[in-house]
Design a protein around this ligand. Structure first.
Ligand code: FES
Ligand SMILES: [Fe+2]
Length: 428
């Protein structure tokens, strides 16, 4: 039975880095303090512009190499925002490649099981089309040509899957769909700060992985905004997180590197404060397992000075739609926001852990996953209400408080890129 066991009543301020008096707008006058337009959360035209200006012109995270452990391991990704599906595969040379999931003979979707809209995974030494049986090697070249004498010239032998450039960052696979190829490397795109942010984390030990997916009737940016401020936690999540009640948040300043962001959540959770008995029994909270992993980690030095102690999570946002969080005392969480329409999205969460040493650790982890997902569900459910409110068009704009400065930065980055793209189109 669930029972509330501990209710702090005093007003507390959660902050970090001595930032109680911080006023973010003074650090970032370029972001201004004005009202933000609702329009791009509710307009189909904005969605069409974002597909091209953001998703086709940025490096996009499409998975992790944990899904490709062996030669021939593959998985598919449905990328509706880019009007495509891709196959990611580890080749005979152990290199990871991505291909558009389309047969070059007569355009059939190449790799799928059950239903063509569903993602799939497995292991193969070649990909055979279900239509006329042509087979493609792991490097995309024609491997099995049927009825070879009946093709004109080399048209059959020349068939080749269309490759999508990919690069890796700490095991995370990023693809680039820019027409004509990437304009810069993933490293140059991210910048040195985020590129080196996990250098002190033993990422190769994070081999246990859980993936979750959900679709909701919300604009993708609205959910991104909810995951870019902690303020709402003291209200929306207060039932599940008693330690969040009566809290005033004062986040330390975020670091902005171009469109990317490093944000910090600090604050010491009071000893013994928990909402449900299961948290005490399992040693887990809504911020996950509280058991230290086999190889202990410190807060990423990229986010703090080396002496920062009271960290809860550090969030790296790789524009436009990927967030990676390192949570104390040592697990990793990622979010992907996949637009499906101006008012519908798929949310993807991935959690990475070091190998559990015993049942206690596994129990803490499993409880932590359930608590995290329970809170995520609260966000997702609320966002459907927000979308309905926005689409009523009762208001045109909304104000943001200083604590919501990450959102202000994100929307400016989106707006700047949409404006540049419209200028390219001659719409400016
Ligand atoms: S469409 Fe794939 S073999 Fe014909
Ligand atoms: Fe939330």
């Amino acid at each position: 039975m669930v029972r509330q066991v501990n209710t702090p009543t005093e007003n507390r301020i959660i902050a970090g880095g001595g930032a109680y008096d911080q006023r973010h707008y003074e650090d970032h006058p370029e972001l201004g303090t004005g009202l933000i337009s609702y329009e791009h959360a509710i307009s189909p035209r904005s969605f069409e512009l974002e597909r091209e200006a953001l998703f086709r012109r940025s490096w996009i995270n499409v998975g992790h190499e944990l899904g490709l452990p062996k030669v021939g391991s593959y998985f598919t990704r449905e990328l509706e925002v880019l009007n495509t599906s891709i196959i990611l595969v580890r080749g005979k040379d152990r290199k990871i490649r991505a291909f558009h999931n389309v047969c070059p003979h007569r355009g059939n979707k190449l790799v799928w099981e059950g239903h063509p809209a569903q993602e799939t995974s497995g292991r193969a030494m070649a990909f055979f089309c279900k239509y006329h049986g042509l087979g493609y090697a792991l490097d995309g070249k024609m491997e099995v040509l049927r009825d070879p004498d009946n093709w004109f010239g080399s048209q059959g032998c020349d068939l080749h899957l269309v490759e999508v450039p990919v690069e890796l960052w700490n095991g995370f696979i990023f693809a680039n769909f820019r027409p004509g190829g990437p304009s810069e490397s993933l490293r140059a795109y991210m910048g040195e700060h985020i590129w080196s942010a996990l250098d002190d984390i033993p990422v190769e030990l994070y081999t246990d992985h859980v993936r979750g997916l959900g679709e909701i009737d919300s604009n993708w940016k609205t959910l991104h905004d909810a995951f870019s401020e902690a303020w709402h936690g003291s209200v929306l999540h207060s039932q599940a997180m008693v330690t969040m009640r009566n809290i005033t948040f004062r986040a330390p300043p975020s670091r902005f590197d171009g469109p990317h962001r490093t944000a910090i959540s600090c604050g010491t959770v009071p000893e013994g404060a928990y909402t449900f008995n299961i948290e005490r029994i399992s040693r887990a909270s809504v911020t996950g397992s509280q058991i230290r992993p086999t190889r202990e980690i410190e807060a990423p030095k990229a986010a703090f000075g080396p002496d920062q102690q009271d960290w809860v999570a550090v969030t790296f946002t790789v524009f436009p739609s990927f967030q990676l969080q390192v949570y104390a005392p040592g697990w990793i969480n990622t979010y992907n926001y996949w637009p499906l329409a101006h008012n519908r999205m798929r949310f993807e969460i991935n959690q990475y852990f070091q190998r559990a040493r015993d049942f206690s650790e596994l129990f803490a982890r499993t409880t932590g996953i359930a608590l995290v997902l329970d809170n995520v569900r609260q966000d997702l459910g609320l966002l459907e209400a927000t979308q309905r409110g926005l689409e009523s068009r009762v208001y045109d704009t909304y104000p943001l408080i200083d604590e919501e400065h990450n959102i202000r930065h994100f929307h400016k980055m989106v707006d700047d890129r949409i404006t540049a793209y419209r200028n390219e189109l001659g719409e400016g």
